[in-house]
Design a protein around this ligand. Structure first.
Ligand code: G6P
Length: 367
């Protein structure tokens, strides 16, 4: 079927706005309302005998994997390796027994990811994939393909596929946690309730559109932008920086906040916008102390946090974007919205081709 922009100026804007709806669809499949347990398609997968998970992908899908590593390790206590497909496939990594290999790809056709999957075919116990295109090569060559239900994604820079990948990966991590005895029925029910609330929460995040557009006007004048985050916000910082460089052509880099002192702090001056992703979570105080190091060097801090976080530490920042509060594990899915909107509005302010950025392809099917 022909996909149109549905009244939006760009496919990317439409796809950002669609997220509450498509995520609701993914949630409906993986966490059906009648039960507080994760439901997987086909024969599913049992994590009780699994000793290790290897995740491989490219681009935005890779950052979804990096985020999921935190979930699998923290919630399911399962050791995880994450790698970029082009590195993984040529390194000839050993795949010990009881390893589950998981490949994440929107298109399901990325050449390096497919090659990495084929490398694992005889070696891993089971091949799983998280894909948007169910008829794709990666889906077909997996033992179990988990669809993300994002619908066709036209904008070259991935948005709704990313948050749907995260939603499915979180569900999978919760399944692993239950199978491995690290999550009680009560704990699972709590996650299920929180996840089912996500579509509403994402809708209220989208209401920050105008505030983010104003911030983006200022960001569009920068030559370089730094993104900082800790814990679950670190992979999201990586994704935020990727989005910004892909479509606005502004040089952007992401660092784990704790690494600030080990190099990037040398870059901070009054011309450097620094996006600090910091919900009021367990690591908030540590992120704020890093943020203060930036402020002390006259860096322009764009703080993205919730009301409590902004009240507590937002006095001296250049601008603050307010997000709703959610259960900590869900913050990457929520904070993806302001990261995407910031890239989008910065690109619009610069007048670049948002849906077809120069030199990039939606799906990289050659090496
Ligand atoms: C290209 C696209 C990215 C995407 C990456 C991986 O670089 O421009 O948006 O994240 O490929 O694509 P995949 O289809 O495997 O998720």
């Amino acid at each position: 079927a022909q996909v149109d922009k549905g009244g939006h100026k760009h496919f990317m804007a439409k796809e950002i706005a669609e997220q509450p709806h498509v995520i609701a669809e993914a949630i409906r499949h993986y966490l059906p309302v009648e039960e507080d347990a994760v439901r997987l398609p086909g024969g599913g997968v049992d994590f009780s005998g699994v000793e290790r998970l290897t995740m491989v992908a490219c681009g935005t899908a890779y950052y979804a994997c990096v985020t999921a590593k935190y979930w699998f390790e923290q919630i399911a206590r399962l050791p995880v390796e994450v790698d970029i497909a082009s590195e993984f496939r040529y390194r000839e990594p050993p795949i010990p027994g009881k390893t589950l290999a998981l490949f994440v790809s929107q298109s399901g056709e990325t050449a390096d990811t497919l090659a990495a999957l084929r490398y694992c075919q005889e070696k891993a116990d089971k091949i799983l994939s998280v894909v948007n295109v169910s008829e794709s090569s990666i889906a077909r060559e997996s033992d179990l393909a988990l669809p993300i239900f994002a619908g066709p994604e036209i904008g070259v820079a991935s948005t709704k596929a990313f948050t749907c990948q995260l939603t499915v990966l979180l569900a999978l991590a919760l399944k692993a946690a239950c199978d491995r005895g690290h999550l009680s029925a009560e704990g699972m029910a709590e996650y299920a309730t929180a996840i089912r609330g996500l579509p509403n929460v994402l809708s209220s995040a989208l209401e920050q559109n105008d505030a983010i557009r104003l911030a983006a006007q200022k960001v569009s004048e920068a030559r370089d932008v730094l993104f900082l985050g800790r814990g679950l916000m670190f992979p999201l910082a990586l994704e935020g920086a990727l989005k910004l460089k892909e479509i606005s052509y502004i040089h952007a880099e992401a660092y784990a906040s704790g690494e600030l002192k080990h190099g990037p702090i040398a870059l901070i001056d009054k011309n450097m916008p620094v996006v600090v992703l910091t919900p009021k979570d367990a690591l908030f105080d540590k992120s704020v102390s890093n943020m203060q190091e930036v402020l002390a060097r006259k860096g322009k801090v764009l703080m993205i946090s919730d009301q409590n976080g902004i009240d507590e530490a937002g006095d001296d920042v250049w601008c603050a974007i307010r997000m709703p509060r959610v259960k900590e594990a869900l913050t990457p899915i929520l904070y993806a919205i302001p990261a995407q909107l910031l890239a989008y509005h910065t690109a619009v302010a610069k007048g670049t081709d948002v849906d077809q950025p120069r030199n990039l392809a939606k799906s990289v099917t050659v090496e």
